[in-house]
Ligand binder design. Structure first.
Ligand SMILES: Nc1nc2c(ncn2[C@@H]2O[C@H](COP(=O)(O)OP(=O)(O)O)[C@@H](O)[C@H]2O)c(=O)[nH]1
Ligand SMILES: [Mg+2]
Length: 454
């Protein structure tokens, strides 16, 4: 991976009117550019200087704050400039146009971070974490991105890789003696270490679900019979009248989805058509959609009308409800009179709350319960939050397959050459996650999803 020879420039802040706009420049020409544009003595690194920005024709564009970063002590690892101008899009654009006229190239999406990765400033999971950090929708997502940015995933992978290298070294020592088996002592050590690496791989893989919840939001489906108050609850949680509420049953026929922030979590809240045991034709269509949503839900809010007898839900739904993914909500408690209690719980193990979507009673408790359930999706990782993405999961699954085959071969005392090739397969998969393996296409694909200027 050779060092780029060109200098790139891009607007690093959103286009539009703002207090300031920042143009970012990175590459070998930065020092020369600074001298040509701002004159005077060389800019001291990492100290912002107030200066006039004059274009190639000597025309004053703005007074700016410019900071020079001397590589490798910069984001990209190269010499860089950050030019903060007044936040008028015309000013930022004219600065950018001038930089291009002076020989810079317009940066592609994610190119600064790609250079940071290629320059060894970060591994690939850290580069991905930059993206996660920018797009985090909740406090928990931010926390996970921050830890990944600090190299948590890379450290775990490093540990697993090291274990595998030890195994490989032990195995390869016997490759030149094809007729000999691995001695019993070596086999035991190899098996132990393989089991440890396999266990670590599975533990990382188990964080994929939590990673999806953090990146997409927790799919939370509101279910219940018609008229129980599902749409009223959605409106309450969203904080505005998003869904139609009506005294007439069966008003919600399509599902409505809204992202909301609940405590430290982001929820994809989905209101559905009521589950009626004897639906009319159009209602049936709505119910089918409800069942589809329910099949892929992470969390259920089951709304019951506290003043009515308990309804029955289809088995396909009840079969999915567990104490760790469901909260039963007895709604309309404002209508309950003393001595007129709601019917007993359908399933005594499911956590239950009494609420009123009308008055807002019980909603604080509801938030607390949702946060508790959502936090429990992050399983046994101690203080460290690991939440891998689909790219990591895909590679880890391949690693796990190779490791399982390898373990089988050791157990069966198979040929060492074949064993070594499985071990290398797993090592490659780990290396792919960390970005240690040259793969232009994967990098193109990954950085394409970044924003320009990042
Ligand atoms: N008194 C009272 N009425 C409610 C409450 N929640 C909903 N309703 C009423 O119940 C009816 C059905 O509500 P809606 O949200 O459309 O129910 P959905 O069919 O489950 O979506 C409407 O007339 C609401 O105003 C509540 O907590 N208390
Ligand atoms: Mg409704």
């Amino acid at each position: 991976m050779s060092r780029p020879t060109d200098t790139i420039a891009a607007l690093a802040t959103p286009v539009g009117t703002s207090a300031i706009a920042v143009v970012r420049v990175s590459g070998p020409d930065c020092m020369e550019l600074a001298k040509a544009i701002f004159g005077g003595p060389p800019l001291p690194p990492r100290i912002a200087r107030h200066s006039d920005y004059r274009d190639v024709n000597g025309c004053l564009l703005d007074d700016v704050l410019v900071t020079f970063f001397h590589g490798p002590r910069s984001y990209t690892g190269e010499d860089s400039l950050e030019i903060a101008s007044h936040g008028n899009p015309f000013i930022a654009q004219s600065i950018l146009t001038d930089l291009l006229a002076r020989g810079c190239r317009a940066a592609e999406a994610g190119e600064f971070t790609r250079r940071a990765f290629l320059g060894g400033k970060m591994d690939l999971p850290q580069a991905e974490a930059v993206m996660d950090l920018i797009h985090a929708r909740s406090e928990r997502a931010l926390a996970a991105a921050n830890q990944q940015l600090r190299g948590s995933l890379g450290r775990h992978l490093g540990d697993l890789t090291e274990g595998l290298l030890l195994v490989l070294a032990r195995v390869e020592a016997y490759i030149d003696f094809p007729d000999e088996d691995l001695p019993a002592e070596d086999r035991r050590i190899v098996l132990d270490e393989l089991s440890r690496v396999l266990h670590g791989t599975s533990r990382l893989l188990a964080t994929h679900h939590y990673g999806e919840l953090l990146r997409d939001g927790i799919k939370t489906v509101i279910i219940g019979e018609p008229n129980a108050g599902k749409s009223s609850l959605l409106n309450r949680l969203v904080g505005r009248d998003r869904a139609l509420v009506s005294a007439e049953p069966g008003t919600t026929r399509d599902f409505i989805e809204e992202r909301i922030i609940l405590g430290p979590h982001c929820l994809r809240l989905i209101d559905t058509a009521g589950l009626n045991p004897t639906p009319a034709a159009l209602e049936r269509l709505g119910m089918d959609k409800t069942l589809e949503r329910a099949a892929e839900a992470d969390l259920f809010l089951w709304v019951l009308d506290a003043t009515r007898p308990l309804p029955t839900l289809p088995n396909s739904v009840t079969g999915r409800l567990t104490p760790s993914n469901t909260i039963v909500l007895f709604n309309k408690v404002d209508l309950l009179t003393p001595g007129n209690a709601h019917a007993p719980l359908p399933s005594p193990t499911l956590p239950t709350l009494q609420i009123s979507a009308l008055t807002g009673d019980g909603l604080t408790e509801l938030t607390d319960s949702v946060v508790r359930l959502a936090d429990a999706f992050r399983q046994g990782q101690g203080d460290e939050i690991i939440a891998i993405n689909s790219r990591h999961a895909d590679a880890l699954r391949r690693a796990r397959e190779c490791l399982e085959t390898a373990r089988q071969k050791v157990a069966e005392n198979g040929a060492v050459e074949l064993l070594a090739s499985d071990l290398r397969g797993a090592l490659d998969a780990f290396g792919e996650i960390a970005g240690k393996i040259d793969n232009e296409r994967m990098l193109d694909h990954l950085f394409k999803t970044f924003c320009i200027g990042k």
